[in-house]
Design a protein around this ligand. Structure first.
Ligand SMILES: Nc1ncnc2c1ncn2[C@@H]1O[C@H](COP(=O)(O)OP(=O)(O)OP(=O)(O)O)[C@@H](O)[C@H]1O
Ligand SMILES: [Mg+2]
Length: 253
């Protein structure tokens, strides 16, 4: 079961406190988010005044050219990269006002993230890589590995469980990263180019699986993609260019 999203942060030592939200309140509300790197002539504006809402039960795609700020925006709304300006409200909580421990709790308990370049640990087996979020949540090794193997089977990699990631193809590593993001039942699943290394059939199969298994009235999914073959899964498509959100389309689902 997904964690009780109504009580985000309430378990932490710092006691963020229970939020009571009006029905229909967004899962994520990004407001005038800005992020730049470097100063003076070397300054690059990666995200420029981005505002959007994402609702529970929704699968939102972010589409835009290379360098338009998609990964930077994902990193900001998942509590990984601090914005220079603006705010990110998740379930009524301004995540960039949380202290370090609460922010770490938020990343662990609420977000599942599939990185564009997978970020698998080379010295761990495939199954151990998938088990990591559960170990961090203080599950026993045996339970965590049993769950990890379940998810590896789901993404078609059961027979690869004992291998290190370096022995897997790019597409297989991508599926391991997807299994790892799903294993702890995050309320918000974020995937950065999840089908880039997959053939059309495998990409669609994985997306259909993610859609059917993860999406419900207490979860939402955010996907960056260039892959028009999977657009059919989107509820809504958001376009970015030069760090700005330039428009929305209704998906076809
Ligand atoms: N750590 C960083 N330091 C300096 N510049 C950065 C950094 N991260 C991103 N940028 C710059 O910010 C801009 C947006 O980068 P970002 O990675 O968000 O783009 P993207 O839309 O995800 O591109 P792609 O489709 O190629 O993955 C780019 O110009 C990039 O060079
Ligand atoms: Mg990117």
């Amino acid at each position: 079961m997904p964690p009780d999203f109504d009580t985000i942060g309430s378990h932490s030592a710092a006691g963020v406190g229970k939020k009571t939200l009006p029905p229909g309140a967004p899962a994520i509300s990004a407001q005038n988010v800005g992020k730049w790197f470097g100063e003076g002539d070397a300054r690059t504006v990666a995200v420029n005044g981005a505002s959007f809402d994402l609702h529970f039960g929704e699968m939102l795609f972010i589409v835009g050219p290379s360098g338009s700020g998609k990964t930077t925006l994902l990193s900001i709304i998942s509590g990984i990269l601090k914005p220079n300006e603006g705010s990110v409200i998740v379930n009524g909580q301004d995540i960039w006002r949380l202290d370090k421990d609460d922010l770490a709790d938020f990343r662990l308990n609420t977000i599942g993230f599939v990185f564009q370049d997978y970020h698998l640990f080379p010295r761990l087996t495939t199954a151990e890589n998938v088990a990591i979020p559960l170990i961090l949540k203080k599950e026993s090794w045996s339970r965590a590995l049993a769950e990890a193997n379940k998810y590896l089977e789901i993404v078609g990699l059961k027979e690869r469980a004992e291998l290190p990631p370096v022995k897997l193809s790019g597409g297989e590593q991508q599926r391991v990263a997807i299994a790892r993001a799903m294993v702890s039942h995050p309320s918000i699943l974020i995937l950065d180019e999840p089908t880039a290394s997959l053939d059309g059939d495998t990409g669609k199969k994985i997306l259909a699986f993610v859609h059917d298994q993860v999406l419900n009235e207490k979860t939402c999914i955010l996907i960056v993609t260039h892959d028009t073959r999977i657009f059919e899964f989107a509820d809504r498509i958001m376009y970015m260019e030069d760090g700005k959100i330039t428009g929305f389309d209704k998906g076809t689902i």
